[in-house]
Design a protein around this ligand. Sequence first.
Ligand code: MRU
Length: 377
Amino acid sequence: MADQYAQTGEDKRPTGIPVIRWEEPPEGPVVVLLDQTRLPSEEVELVCTDASALVEAIRSLAVRGAPVLGIAGAYGVALAAARGFDVDEAAVALSGARPTAVNLSVGVRRAAAAYRSALVKGGDGGAAAAAALDAARTLHREDAEASARMARHGLALLDELLPGGGHRILTHCNTGSLVSGGEGTAFAVALRAHRAGRLRRLWVDETRPLLQGARLTAYEAARSGMAYTLLTDNAAGSLFAAGEVDAVLIGADRIAADGSVANKVGSYPLAVLARYHHVPFIVVAPVTTVDPATPDGAAIEVEQRPGYEVTEVTAPQVPVAGAGGGIPVAPLGTQAYNPAFDVTPPELVTAIVTEEGAVSPVTAEALAELCARSRQV
Ligand code: MRU
């Protein structure tokens, strides 16, 4: 069936999309973001002159996806420091902008620790701000490196699990260059498979309600020239039933110590489908997404988003009308259940692929060992 959807991306622009950068114009330092709420129709940059603008950009999903949230958080601290704002206050605001992706607070903590440590060593405000910026740049670079290593490990695992090649991969949400200093997490694996001539098709879940799959993953797939097909989230079941999915590859926002995986809502149903149909369900995430301080899935805070994201079509290119700025698709006053993420238990996860290698089966012991190994390097 896959070959009947023979569309291949036509857009041949470079696949590495710069999503975040630090700039120092004469008016003072800024963090420049590619505004992801405007994609794919417009490539518009958002210039943040202070940490509170960055907090708003994080809340509105102008910048989103776990690894780049960590990078944004670190640059936010550096920005507060460089502009002479209260760094502790900025750190609290940035960390609390979204609760589920642990990378955000990890990035904030790293830059804030570098800032404080420079002060403790006797540096002045300028030296401390430079230390925070250095920490943010290091995190940015490390994420790009981690991304390349995840892609390598992930494709090796796919080739091992599916020796025939010609992988048909289903993915959910968006996990490519837009979420990373490099080429992403799960998407980077698919991209590597594509470049190696071993990707037959990328099935892209549209990812309701904010369409990260349709707007962002399809955009990245088109730019990379890979064969991809978009589907509504609830078409995935029939695709599995037709035997059209060889593996599921997703990212993660937080992985608890027991291996429970929080990711974009709709990931857990895919894991259940994958298990029923004997298809590998693979999570690709940097080690910074593993949170030893969160013991299990029940302890993961799942962000609840406003109901209007469900009761209205809020895609930015749609003319505005409803309370949330979109076109109402439900009767006025309809209550909506709108968790941004769900949690997949470890027993449904075939493997977690990180830059340090893959963990399979997913156990608390194996994850703890992986984190310990990563801290040593
Ligand atoms: O709400 P979003 O768009 O920030 O959600 C992002 C996801 O769920 C991604 O799958 C996750 O951050 C992993 S990205 C490597």
